[in-house]
Design a protein around this ligand. Structure first.
Ligand code: AMP
Ligand code: ZN
Length: 461
C-alpha cells in the first residue's frame, strides 16, 4: 500500500515515507492577497486538498500549513494606490479566500500564518544568513542572498548555475530564470513603500517574498519536513530560493518531497491576473454552476497535466457530476444488495489510482465503473452507498449531501400521467391504468404503491 508521488526534486516517482511514522508535515504556498483568487489558483489549492485527503485516507495525521502572503510588492502597490493601510487592503481578499475554500469543500489547514505577523522570525533567519556570510548588505541598507555561496542552487529547477550567465541583483519578488541572480531577503524602506515598513534589528524595511515561506514553514513544521507544494510557476524562483535560504542556514535538507501542479489555461495560455484572462469562483457561480462542478472539472485531469478551461468543459463536468448525484439518490442506504465483489473491485482500482501520484481521472473512472455495474444489476444497496461515501472522503464532491431524490425530479407531465392512472384505477378502468403505467415506465419511472399512496421512482438504467 505504498503511496507514490512525483517529486520535482528527483524528477522521479518516489515512494512516500514520512519523517515521523504516520505523521506528515505539509506546507502549501498560500494566496497573495492583493486581489481575489482566480480559479487557476483554486486548481492548485484543490490539488493540495486531494493530496492531503489521500494522505488522511491512508492513515496519516497531516499537519497542514498554508501561509497567507499579506505583504509583498503587489499588496503594497495595491494598498498605496487605494491610500489605505496594508491590513485594511488585504482583509477582504483574505475573507473571500476562506469563503471560496469552504464553497469548494477544501479542508481547512491547521494554521494559516500571515507573513505580517512573522516578521521577527524572518529577521532571525536573515541575521543567521548574514552571520554565515551567505547574505550581504548593499549600500541602500537592503540585504541580498549571495547565490554563489550555496552549492545546491538550481537543484529544484534543474539548472546548473555555472552554465547560466548570472544577472545583476534582483529586488523584485518575481523574476524569470534568465535573470538568475542574488535576490532580496530584506528590502530597505524607500518612498515607494509608503507607510509599509517594520523597524527591526536589520533596519527599517520589509521582507522579500521568499524569506516569508522559509520562516513560516520552519516555525510550524521544523527545519526539515515532508512535503512542500505549489503551482509549477513557484518552482523558480520562489521554491529554489526557499531551499537556498533554509538549507543555507540549517545545513540540513529542507524538504523531502516537492510537488507542483500544472496550470489551468485559457485558450492555451496560463490563467493569470497579468494576462487578464481569468475567472473567479464568483464568475463561475454567477453563470449558474455549483462550485462542485469546478472541483469535478479539476479532478477530471491529472494534476501534472495542463488543463484548458472552457464552459463546454464545465457543462460536461456538470453532466457527469449530476449522474453521480442521481446515482447516490437511487441507492438503498438501508439494505445490502450483495454487490460486495463489485465494490471490492472498484475500491481496489480507486486506491491503486490514488496511490499512484494522485491519479484522479483514473480514480473517477473506477467510480463510474461501479456505477455502471450497479445500474446493470438494477439496484445498489448499503455496501455501494458506503463505498461511494468512502471515495468521496478523498474526492470531496459532497455526494451524499447532493444526492438527488429521484422522486423529486419528476417532470410535470409524468405527475399528470400518475394522476390519470389513479383516476382510472378509482373508476376500475384497469386497462387504462395499466396502459398509463406502461407509458410512465417507458419514460423511465416506476410506480411504487405505498400505504401513503403511489410514489414515483427513477428506474435504474
Ligand atoms: P499567488 O496568489 O499568485 O501566489 O498564487 C497562488 C498559487 O496559485 C500558487 O501556488 C501558484 O503557483 C498557483 N497558480 C497561479 N496561477 C495558476 C494557474 N493558472 N493554474 C494553476 N495554478 C496557478
Ligand atoms: Zn511560498
Amino acid at each position: 500500500m505504498a503511496i507514490i508521488f512525483y517529486n520535482t526534486l528527483t524528477r522521479e516517482k518516489d515512494q512516500f515515507c514520512a519523517l515521523d511514522d504516520m505523521k506528515a508535515g505539509l506546507y502549501t504556498c498560500g494566496p497573495t492577497v492583493y486581489d481575489y483568487a482566480h480559479i487557476g489558483n483554486w486548481r492548485t489549492y484543490i490539488f493540495e486538498d486531494i493530496l492531503r485527503r489521500q494522505l488522511e485516507y491512508r492513515g496519516y495525521k497531516v499537519c497542514h500549513i498554508m501561509n497567507i502572503t499579506d505583504v509583498d510588492d503587489k499588496t503594497i502597490r495595491g494598498a498605496l494606490a487605494k491610500g489605505i493601510a496594508l491590513d485594511d487592503y488585504t482583509e477582504p481578499f483574505i475573507k473571500a479566500f476562506f469563503k471560496d475554500r469552504d464553497s469548494l469543500n477544501v479542508e481547512a489547514a491547521n494554521v494559516y500564518p500571515r507573513a505580517t505577523r512573522h516578521i521577527e522570525d524572518m529577521v532571525i533567519i536573515i541575521k543567521g544568513l548574514m552571520k554565515k556570510r551567505i547574505a550581504y548588505r548593499t549600500e541602500d541598507g537592503s540585504i541580498y542572498y549571495d547565490i554563489s555561496k550555496f552549492l545546491g542552487y538550481g537543484k529544484l529547477s534543474h539548472f546548473r548555475i555555472d552554465e547560466l550567465k548570472a544577472g545583476a541583483r534582483v529586488r523584485s519578488d518575481e523574476y524569470e530564470k534568465a535573470q538568475v541572480s542574488d535576490f532580496a531577503l530584506w528590502k530597505a524602506w524607500d518612498e515607494a513603500d509608503g507607510n509599509v515598513y517594520w523597524d527591526t534589528e536589520l533596519g527599517r524595511g520589509r521582507p522579500g517574498w521568499h524569506i516569508e515561506c522559509s520562516a513560516m514553514s520552519s516555525k510550524y513544521l521544523g527545519q526539515t519536513f515532508d512535503i512542500h507544494t505549489g503551482g509549477v510557476d513557484n518552482i523558480f524562483p520562489h521554491h529554489e530560493n526557499e531551499i537556498a535560504q533554509s538549507e543555507g542556514l540549517s545545513g540540513k535538507k529542507f524538504v523531502n518531497y516537492w510537488m507542483h501542479s500544472e496550470h489551468l489555461l485559457v485558450d492555451g495560455r496560463k490563467m493569470s491576473k497579468s494576462l487578464g484572462n481569468f475567472y473567479t469562483l464568483r464568475d463561475v457561480i454567477s453563470k449558474g454552476y455549483s462550485p462542485m462542478v469546478f472541483r469535478y472539472l479539476v479532478l477530471g485531469a491529472h494534476y501534472r497535466s495542463k488543463l484548458n478551461f472552457t464552459w463546454a468543459g464545465m457543462d460536461a463536468a456538470k453532466a457527469a457530476l449530476d449522474n453521480l448525484y442521481e446515482f447516490m439518490g437511487r441507492l438503498d442506504k438501508e439494505n445490502s444488495t450483495g454487490l460486495d465483489s463489485a465494490v471490492e473491485r472498484a475500491s481496489a482500482a480507486f486506491e491503486q489510482a490514488m496511490d499512484d501520484d494522485l491519479n484522479t481521472p483514473v480514480a473517477l473512472a473506477a467510480v463510474f465503473g461501479l456505477v455502471k455495474e450497479v445500474n446493470v444489476s438494477g439496484h445498489g444497496g448499503r455496501e455501494v452507498y458506503q463505498a461511494m461515501q468512502k471515495f468521496d472522503g478523498v474526492l470531496g464532491l459532497k455526494l451524499a449531501e447532493n444526492a438527488k431524490s429521484a422522486a423529486l425530479e419528476v417532470p410535470a407531465e409524468i405527475e399528470q400521467l400518475l394522476e390519470e392512472r389513479q383516476k382510472a384505477r378509482k373508476a376500475k378502468d384497469f386497462a387504462t391504468a395499466d396502459r398509463v403505467r406502461d407509458e410512465i415506465a417507458a419514460a423511465g419511472y416506476i410506480i411504487e404503491d405505498t400505504p401513503a399512496g403511489p410514489k414515483l421512482k427513477r428506474k435504474n438504467t
